[in-house]
Design a protein around this ligand. Structure first.
Ligand code: HEC
Length: 115
């Protein structure tokens, strides 16, 4: 557990630095790059459920959903897929909340456009 926390911290520091280098011009942000950089892939695989649901599951769940993934990633919407597991995801919400609205939208676009 301690190693995991340390790794998270290191990653945060690294991604934080990268952000500064890039500045805040977000016109060409890639949701796919963010999804990988922010380590979402650790728990969310393309089509197989591991710790979290697969990207395809998330896409399908949000197809007819009023709230958006971007809202969820900003802590503004309740989880809809498996709320009982939300605690594991919650720490990531703290990170996605720190991102810009464009970045959250880019992640959403990546998930919703996933094939
Ligand atoms: C430590 C594992 C873990 C990481 C890392 C992680 N998630 Fe999750 N995520 C979960 C779990 C567990 C759930 C709740 C069960 C489910 O719906 O899959 C979840 C749920 C979700 C949901 C569904 C919300 C809903 O309405 O039910 C989305 C979207 C999501 N995560 C996106 C992300 C994004 C984007 C990242 C990266 C910034 C990320 N996750 C990183 C574990 C993780």
């Amino acid at each position: 557990m301690r190693v995991f926390v340390f790794m998270c911290f290191t990653l945060l520091t690294l991604t934080g630095c990268k952000n500064n280098e890039k500045g805040v011009t977000n016109e060409n942000i890639s949701g796919e790059v963010l999804f990988t950089e922010m380590q979402c892939t650790t728990c969310h695989l393309p089509s197989q459920k591991i710790v979290g649901s697969s990207i395809l599951q998330m896409k399908n769940a949000y197809l007819n959903e009023e709230n958006s993934i971007a809202d969820f990633l900003n802590g503004e919407a309740e989880p809809i897929i498996d709320p009982s597991q939300y605690a594991i995801m919650k720490i990531n919400i703290e990170e996605t909340k720190k991102r810009t609205p464009q970045e959250r939208k880019a992640i959403e676009a990546y998930i919703m456009g996933f094939k």
